[in-house]
Design a protein around this ligand. Structure first.
Ligand SMILES: NC(=O)c1ccc[n+]([C@@H]2O[C@H](COP(=O)([O-])OP(=O)(O)OC[C@H]3O[C@@H](n4cnc5c(N)ncnc54)[C@H](O)[C@@H]3O)[C@@H](O)[C@H]2O)c1
Length: 257
């Protein structure tokens, strides 16, 4: 029996990268999964892969920066999956302008925060509203080490992820006694198309990024997906308000090795 057997949940940003791996792994573990994204083609192909493997999934076009979309996403998970047990808020968007803080333009700052912070806030809020009605659940936000230790040249992204960390701990405190757990995962560098595009643009960044990991390699999206399933499932029943680093050792100092 899978860790999410007979449960129902959603993944935002599930058309690609980490979100796609989370959706597939959660379905393998027995859950219905609502695959949510603004990328319709990618989302539909993710659903097809899940169904071809015998899993249960549907796609919904969702822009997490639009609160009505987010409310519909939660309602659809209940209707199509029969319950609402878990959610993985993974989508990242807006302009990921790269450069020193004193050169960040207002529009890039606002755009970076609109999806990654405000959109994640809408998700957490609407998921909690529904979970208060249904008796609880588990929310997993995909954050970043950048949110806790900053990251040079990524001011808006770091601020947005820092905001996600603060929201997560606040919600964990407010709803712990009402059956809702909420945690973050801070992935190290993960081999997705997003990071590949970044390395294409800044080739020198690849070696430097890998060098910050004690394991001296990037992670695979499935290594994040396994951690999401753990936090979404009842196996983590006493874990809330936690930032779980799944990072190949970014958080330890390995530069002498
Ligand atoms: N890849 C890494 O190395 C890494 C490291 C640390 C943290 N993360 C975090 O992991 C998560 C996933 O990263 P990824 O590398 O898979 O990214 P990705 O760019 O491959 O995927 C992000 C997905 O979000 C979707 N999206 C964008 N805007 C949206 C919106 N407004 N509404 C709904 N969906 C939207 C995109 O279409 C895409 O499918 C992000 O939160 C990211 O910050 C990634």
């Amino acid at each position: 029996m899978g860790d999410l057997e007979a449960k129902s949940g959603l993944v935002t940003g599930a058309a690609n990268g980490i979100g796609r791996a989370v959706a597939k792994r959660a379905a393998e573990q027995g859950s219905f999964v609502l695959v949510c994204d603004i990328d319709d083609a990618g989302g539909k192909s993710c659903v097809q892969e899940i169904r071809d493997a015998g899993g249960r999934a549907d796609f919904l076009h969702v822009d997490i920066a639009v609160e009505d979309d987010v409310a519909q996403m939660v309602a659809a998970t209940c209707e199509l999956g029969g319950s609402f047990d878990w959610a993985c808020n993974n989508a990242v968007g807006g302009t990921r302008a790269f450069g020193p803080l004193h050169e960040v333009r207002e529009e890039d700052w606002r755009s970076g925060l609109e999806v990654t912070l405000t959109g994640t806030f809408f998700c957490i809020k609407q998921e909690i509203i529904r979970m208060l009605e249904t008796g609880g659940g588990s929310i997993v936000n995909i954050s970043s080490p950048a949110g806790l230790q900053g990251e040079a040249f990524l001011a808006a992204y770091s601020a947005a992820k820092g905001g996600v960390e603060g929201l997560t701990k606040t919600a964990a405190a407010e709803y712990a006694q009402r059956g809702i757990r909420i945690n973050t995962i801070c992935p190290g560098g993960i081999a997705t198309e997003a990071i590949a595009r970044y390395f294409d643009f800044y080739p020198e960044a690849k070696e430097k990024t890998i060098g910050t990991h004690a394991m001296r390699r990037l992670g695979q999206p499935e290594e994040i997906a396994d951690a999401v399933v753990f936090l979404a499932s009842d196996r983590s029943s006493f874990v809330t308000g936690h930032a779980l680093w799944v990072d190949g050792g970014v958080s330890v100092n390995s530069h002498m090795l």
